[in-house]
Write a protein that binds this ligand. Structure first.
Ligand SMILES: [Zn+2]
Length: 403
């Protein structure tokens, strides 16, 4: 049976080992070693990564009391292999894991809130509590958790038989039988756990609750420990400093200033909407006064608009054709797309705008449709928009002259 070096020395990251078994599965090799410091997944803690003879260890898992290391190629020899754990990743897991013990212990001690779930991801760490808490209670627990870190308590690891457990009064009873591994933080917490942890609370570094949300009947608390707090603080600090520079205010005034910018934007958007309405009214009056052509009292308005968008094109069309005796043939270039709307007043029923549009769509390689009164379309042929509007005009003219 191999030796679990990760329990003998949780800080061991380099060791020698011999291969005792190889299982080939789907082009990969699952190696069992005579001893290993590679921690397999367990107790909410992800498996280690690293190298065996410079070959990357892709995953580590435990099956029937044996630890398997997955490699994509076999080492060149069987004995005396150089094994190295990705220590930055492992120590990060140890910091998050002991941080979780501390935080869970405090939530239980202060509010009898039990931990019913723990997830340690590459960027998120969460615990699920079995009852809700108020924000002030969470802050109080966070303060107490960091006091425990700063006091730098020792952490003990030992095995007990199931029968001895009750005497220890652990925070949670295990579901397994046989010898049970206990992780004990001074007088503060006693809990069965199979993971790897630092041997003093000070090594956890800061514990920072990032956010919380309702989860089932309780609460999901997201937090960070150790180096992750530094990375998070650095990112947020850079972000706040950039905002402070952009807004030309102190960091403490950023939130208030952003609120003002949002209010200002809302007010400007309303002003723009009002001005656009006025502009469209004036534009409509101008186009009605000076149509492109007139035929038996029918005004034909033909124009390609610049500096306006499709929405404005639509509003202008509706404004113009609300008057009797008006045909509009309008186009606009919107985000490198040629768009057009052809329409007419409701009484000019001899003009079927959807049929005219269908005939002309190939000119701009476009798609579209509509009703007999109003049809629209768009396509990539921006160079051909003028030609399309002109062809539409010719079709309309031919129909108007034949009435
Ligand atoms: Zn643990």
């Amino acid at each position: 049976m191999e030796k679990y070096l990760y329990y003998q020395d949780q800080y061991l990251w380099e060791f020698k080992a011999d291969i005792v078994k190889v299982v080939e599965k789907e082009g990969e090799y699952h190696l069992v070693l005579n001893q290993t410091a590679f921690y397999p997944e367990g107790g909410g803690q992800p498996a280690d990564r690293g190298f065996i003879q410079e070959i990357p260890v892709k995953d580590v898992y435990k099956l029937e009391e044996r630890v398997y290391h997955i490699l994509s190629e076999l080492p060149s020899r069987q004995k005396d292999l150089n094994c190295r754990i990705d220590w930055v990743r492992r120590f990060d897991h140890m910091q998050q894991h002991l941080g979780q013990h501390i935080l869970s212990a405090v939530f239980y001690d202060q509010y009898k809130a039990g931990t019913i779930g723990f997830h340690l991801g590459s960027d998120r760490v969460t615990i699920d509590l079995d009852r809700p808490l108020k924000p002030a209670e969470i802050i109080k627990a966070e303060n107490r958790a960091n006091e425990i870190v700063f006091a730098n308590h020792g952490v003990e690891f030992f095995y007990v038989e199931h029968a001895q457990l009750k005497r220890l009064a652990p925070r949670k009873m295990p579901e397994i039988t046989g010898p049970i591994r206990i992780v004990q933080i001074s007088e503060i917490d006693t809990i069965p756990c199979s993971g790897t942890h630092p041997s003093r609370t000070g090594e956890v570094g800061l514990i920072k609750v990032i956010s919380w949300s309702k989860y089932k009947q309780g609460l999901r608390v997201e937090f960070l420990c150790g180096k992750r707090v530094l990375d998070d603080f650095r990112g947020k600090n850079n972000c706040l400093n950039s905002l402070s520079a952009l807004l030309s205010v102190e960091v403490s005034e950023v939130a208030g200033e952003v609120q003002k910018v949002i209010e200002r934007n809302k007010s400007l958007a309303q002003q723009i909407k009002f001005c656009n309405g006025q502009l469209l009214t004036l534009q409509a009056e101008d186009l009605l006064n000076k149509p492109y052509s007139r035929h038996n009292g029918i005004k034909v308005i033909k124009k390609i608009l610049t500096g306006q968008d499709y929405q404005q094109l639509r509003l202008l069309t509706l404004k113009l054709t609300a008057n009797p005796g008006v045909v509009t043939l309008l186009g606009v270039l919107d985000d490198a797309t040629a768009r057009f709307i052809i329409s007419r007043s409701s009484e000019l029923t001899s003009l079927k705008m959807n049929e005219i549009a269908q005939e002309l769509l190939p000119v701009i390689a476009g798609r579209g449709g509509g009703t007999q009164q109003l049809a629209q379309g768009g396509g990539p042929g921006v160079e051909q928009l003028g030609k399309l509007i002109e062809l539409a005009y010719q079709r309309v003219l031919a129909i108007l002259l034949s009435i």
